[in-house]
Design a protein around this ligand. Sequence first.
Ligand SMILES: Nc1ncnc2c1ncn2[C@@H]1O[C@H](COP(=O)(O)OP(=O)(O)OP(=O)(O)O)[C@@H](O)[C@H]1O
Length: 393
Amino acid sequence: MRAGHATVSVDRGKWTARLGSAGFGGPAREGARLIEFQSVRKQYPNGTVAVEELSLSVETGTITVLVGPSGCGKTTLMRMVNRMIEPSSGTVSVNGTDVRDRDPAQLRRGIGYVIQQAGLFPHRTVLDNIATVPLLAGGTRRAARHRAGELLDLVGLPAELGTRYPAQLSGGQQQRVGVARALAADPPVLLMDEPFSAVDPVVREGLQDELLRLQDELGKTVLFVTHDIDEAVKVGEKVAVLRQGGHLAQYARPDDLLASPSDDFVTSFVGRDRGYRRLSFVDAANLRPSPVPTVRLGGRIPSDDRWRLAVDEGDRPRGWLPPGAGSAGPLREDELVAGGSLHAEHGSLRGALDAALSAPSGLGVVVNAAGAAVGVVTADEVLSLLDGHRAAT
Ligand SMILES: Nc1ncnc2c1ncn2[C@@H]1O[C@H](COP(=O)(O)OP(=O)(O)OP(=O)(O)O)[C@@H](O)[C@H]1O
């Protein structure tokens, strides 16, 4: 992910104002339900019931995740929104209008669609892939390419990738191009079907972070399908857990899902370490980092019986110097023990606990936005804060 990423000139107001022009019958209201499934059922001609009497509302400007085991009907449900699949009974409405009353082509202009492995056109350059929709909508080639360039920047890709072909990009880069293409027509709604499942776990986490950053900026209404509960609770503001036969097992905020699964199916689906994962939703604002003795790289090494945090000239942590590890100096990086994960100030208790548990010193390093160490926390301190949180809720 690029730090300090420049943004293009899109803001929530502008996107909201464009809802009307995207053809959803007027601007959406804050807190309104943009997508509604009402008693929706889908039975395929071979008799398979993919979705059974399901009702669900998706709030405007939020990311809602459909999660569940393979074959539970997630994709079927999602594709009913843009009329790639028609329900056997029940209604799907977008901004108050039954999608069956909408012309499919016009409906889809207001709904971006991102799929696994990006689905890019292999013989078109990256810029032309992104420009496809603005061109189809009747824009000039020049305007469409300009817009494509802005979107490339928006999804964190350098401009020089614009002239490459999809096969010349990594899986993660292709996925970002897929997102840029889906955003090209300014759709108020984004459907994302397992968009990140074809990339490795590290890239996948980066793409999830990027989606959350984009969402902060654009405030789309996103329906996101995954079978990965970790991904669901990370990106979803609300999570719908489906079980076989297209039944809605639970629809809740991630924290509530982890705290109070509704039945045995949801309990086993959210997994055994849900208590630990719940820490992601408890913020660490009340955690007070303690000072830590430091030593600067290249500096003299005092010999003492404490762990010392080695930092660079910007006070950024570089590793730990174990107790009693004095030497004539100057201190070199290869004399250090590798540090654990770092806890970003104002992050969650999960990040703080992980920093403490993964540090060789048992001291989790807290860093500020510039990456400079501001102090340390212990696992005991994190857990006692959690006790306080539990008592208060
Ligand atoms: N065109 C079709 N004809 C018949 N059955 C279908 C059709 N498409 C899907 N199904 C069946 O409907 C059920 C739901 O499929 P769907 O693709 O919606 O599930 P899913 O939860 O998205 O699965 P996955 O996570 O594996 O992609 C499955 O049993 C599937 O085999």
